[in-house]
Design a protein around this ligand. Structure first.
Ligand code: GAL
Length: 787
């Protein structure tokens, strides 16, 4: 750690992890858990060894594995169907969660003495407890918010010795009904500041007047004085364009703050001819806040922000920068194949880019605050965000969670809404309304610029519940919004906070309860669900509905509705857990993008059905489509806007083609061909060059193809992976919602022709070679440059 104004270093490396509980008594004296004396150690027993040990002992401890954060221990385990073993269908996806411990030795240089040192956690599952050098520092319940602990006084500086941090993570309980993972699953940071410093999440930037010619930007900066003396300071804020760094505004102010107190400095800057932020033009500025004392820079903090206006209108729906902007959203949980919830930034970026390619312009972080990285990426890549609080709770703990979400996230231009709850049992009751109103009041105080919302599924008409938020979220409620919302409450602001729940399994065309598969024709959707085309055509017909958030963009572990064990993952996604598109992905793309497309389902390998009638569905945004079976026209049909089309066709192997026309001119073509047998493996990395930072990731699509290179739609070949060079295989997957194969293995079966391998860069430049081998198939190599 070098002595600069502020340092914030990654604290992700060199941890040891132990799975299982260890009894640690509650500290009766400060530092008791530190085993300060041999006597205390003898009296208190072996547990002291993990809270306070010398370096050699630390390395040698049995039952402790070296890990790097982010870390989710669930995917390392086996699937079990036994709640008494701590395995739950929803929250744990039938994997064992339980309790785990993390510890790490670290040193703090002597020159840090006198500074304020904190450990900042982006997110830890469930209940966590932190000890530093045996001092019980804090406990936390709530796996989705970020938090920090001041550890200044209990550190050993320089020659005083090494430091040890111990974190207990108890993930036995659950906060949600989806897969939550287990562990320190987001980043940890070690931060050092002067005792006079900008507070945690201490800047708040809002554009108060926005026009083509200028934007007035209000910047509030909260200063903490953690020393006993009064301090005078100069605060300089410089606004730059993020790309290129051109300075566009600057303001300096002088102020002071009493000892052990805080103060907020307000500044107003003008940006001439501002570039507005939108998903199509995610233009970012950066405010660099500099704090000087007696002319010496003592703190510096950079806040990325964007300039835009948002408005919800009772008739026109959502307006972004003054223009009607229908929300094409997806709800998402945070996990992915291969890694669980320990998501490398590159994989979050990959998920978001896949959503954008589908035409999605908004992300609902269901049902909890996302990682800081996700919001940074939504700002950069361009996605609106419904930022969601975990639950309806106005207790001091609940309000603290809400507060930490809003303070942390309120500078992100991507965030347009604070969703305060999802489908709570107290919806529609007077007590629920009281709680919700308190939460709205807090949200308004912390951020007067964004509306609050609650994602309701029944409570929109009673108890005054809907009046407690600015915007009423209708989960599966387009019909409800139509009937109750519009007629009874013509002035109500409405949004389709959740819809569809269209359960399909990639590459499957018949429901199979035994295997836990749902047909891609959507014949096994839950009673509350509907096809996304129904949800979207509602929005197109009734703009006041504002938009929809389809449940979900991706399949996720847990919640295997409509099945249970042995099915272990959900079926709601437009894409599977690996990000491979299902057929319904193309329906969304047809509804949400202008790019002409025709997509046909099912696949065309049905040797047992020759001569029998097959239901073929076309997803298209063209005006008409003409089908050709082995070159013969089966006729042309006009397409109803926002609707799919069904055809009944007598099956014969060969080629089924659909030609789409717009204004009478051919605009797109979709095809299905009968493939040959599995012949070879094909590897397609999403990126062929990744950074040598020990973090970056390439996602490699593994396809089983026939001699002509067509993906064989039923192939389930077992593929072994061999990796050499400057990186490692960190996980595998195949999108099969009932697969009990481990995601942490070096092999995987394909599911309906596809599997996934995730390669993570090492810290040294070079290249990674992935070799994929399967009995009877031509093997394949992929090379990723690491630079
Ligand atoms: C909703 C709920 C989601 C998910 C979904 C499944 O009611 O908000 O979390 O459970 O149902 O259809």
């Amino acid at each position: 750690m070098t002595l600069i104004a502020r340092s914030r270093e990654s604290f992700d490396e060199n941890w040891f992890f132990h799975k299982g509980d260890i009894h640690i008594p509650y500290a009766v004296k400060g530092g008791m858990t530190g085993g300060l004396t041999d006597c205390a150690k003898r009296e208190e027993g072996e547990w002291l060894d993990i809270a306070y040990v010398d370096k050699e002992a630390q390395q040698a401890q049995e039952g402790w594995d070296a890990v790097r954060l982010p870390h989710d221990w669930c995917p390392d385990g086996s699937f079990i169907n036994d709640p008494t073993m701590g395995s739950r269908a929803g929250s744990h996806g039938y994997l064992h969660a339980g309790v785990g411990f993390y510890r790490k030795l670290f040193t703090i240089p002597a020159d840090q003495l006198g500074r304020k040192i904190s450990l900042c956690f982006d997110g830890v599952t469930g209940r966590s407890t932190l000890w530093v050098n045996g001092h019980l520092i804090g406990e936390r319940f709530g796996g989705y918010t970020s938090f920090a602990y001041d550890i200044t006084d209990v550190l050993r500086y320089g020659s005083e010795g090494d430091n040890i941090v111990l974190v207990k993570v108890d993930a036995t309980d659950y906060e949600g009904w989806w897969y939550e993972g287990s562990g320190i699953y987001r980043h940890v940071w070690l931060q050092s500041t002067d005792s006079l410093h900008i507070a945690q999440w201490g800047t708040f930037i809002t554009a108060i007047e926005v026009s083509e010619s200028h934007a007035a930007v209000k910047i509030e900066t909260k200063m903490m004085n953690e020393s006993a003396s009064n301090r005078a300071f100069d605060l300089i804020t410089i606004v730059r364009e993020r790309a290129g760094g051109r300075k566009v505004a600057e303001q300096a102010d002088r102020s002071s703050v009493d000892g052990l107190d805080e103060t907020t400095v307000g500044q107003k800057l003008t940006i001439i001819e501002p570039e507005l932020w939108s998903p199509e033009h995610p233009y970012l500025y950066e405010a660099v806040t500099e704090l000087y004392e007696n002319g010496v820079l003592i703190d510096q903090f950079d806040t990325s922000f964007g300039i835009s206006t948002i408005q919800f209108d009772v008739d026109r729906g959502f307006l972004l920068n003054g223009n009607v902007y229908p929300i094409k959203g997806t709800c998402n949980h945070q996990d992915f194949a291969g890694v669980g919830v320990a998501m490398p930034r590159a994989l979050i970026a990959y998920k978001l880019s896949l959503l954008k390619e589908m035409g999605c312009n908004a992300y609902r972080s269901a049902h909890h605050p996302p990682s800081p990285e996700l919001l940074e990426l939504c700002d950069e890549l361009g996605l609106l965000v419904m930022d969601e609080n975990r639950k309806l709770d106005s207790s001091s703990r609940g309000m603290d969670e809400l507060k930490s979400m809003i303070l942390r996230d309120r500078n992100h231009p991507s965030v347009i809404l604070w969703s305060l709850e999802n489908e709570e049992v107290l919806e529609g009751t007077v007590m629920g309304a009281r709680i919700l109103k308190s939460m709205t009041e807090l949200a308004h105080k912390l951020d007067p610029t964004r509306p609050t919302m609650a994602a309701m599924n029944h409570g929109w008409s009673s108890g005054g519940y809907a009046d407690a938020v600015d915007i009423v979220g209708y989960n599966y409620g387009h019909r409800g919004a139509d009937v109750d919302g519009r007629r009874k409450y013509p002035n109500r602001l409405i949004i389709g906070s959740e819809s569809s729940s269209y359960t399909t399994t990639r590459g499957i065309y018949a429901d199979d309860p035994n295997k836990g598969y749902c047909s891609s024709h959507g014949t096994n959707i839950p009673s509350w669900g509907c096809s996304p085309e129904k949800s979207w055509s509602d929005v197109m017909e009734h703009p006041y509905l504002t938009g929809i958030f389809v449940w979900t963009g991706f399949d996720y572990r847990g919640e295997p509705t409509p099945y249970e064990w042995p099915c272990i993952s959900s079926h709601f996604g437009m894409m599977d857990t690996c990000g491979f598109p299902k057929d319904v992905y193309y329906l969304m793309k047809a509804l949400w993008t202008e790019e002409p497309l025709v997509h046909l389902l099912p696949h065309w390998n049905w040797p047992e059905l020759i001569g029998q009638t097959i239901r073929v569905t076309a997803y298209t945004n063209c005006d008409s489509i003409e089908l050709f079976l082995n070159g013969r026209s089966l006729g042309e049909r006009i397409v109803k806007p926002h609707r799919s089309m069904d055809f009944d066709i007598a099956y014969e192997p060969g080629e089924l083609k659909a030609v789409g026309k717009i204004g009478g001119v051919i605009a797109a073509e979709g095809k299905r061909v009968t493939t040959g047998k599995p012949h070879a493996i094909r590897l397609e990395p999403n990126r062929t060059v990744i950074q040598a930072d020990g973090l970056d990731v390439a996602a490699v699509r593994v396809s089983i193809v026939d001699e002509k290179g067509n993906v064989v739609p039923y192939a389930d070949s077992h593929v072994d992976f061999y990796v050499e060079g400057s990186g490692a295989l960190i996980g595998v997957g195949n999108g099969n919602p009932s697969s009990h194969e481990s995601d942490k293995a070096s092999s995987r079966r394909a599911f309906n022709g596809l599997a996934l391998a995730l390669l993570q860069a090492g810290a040294n430049a070079g290249s990674i070679t992935l070799k994929a081998v399967s009995a009877g198939l031509q093997s394949a190599d992929a090379i990723i440059e690491v630079g």
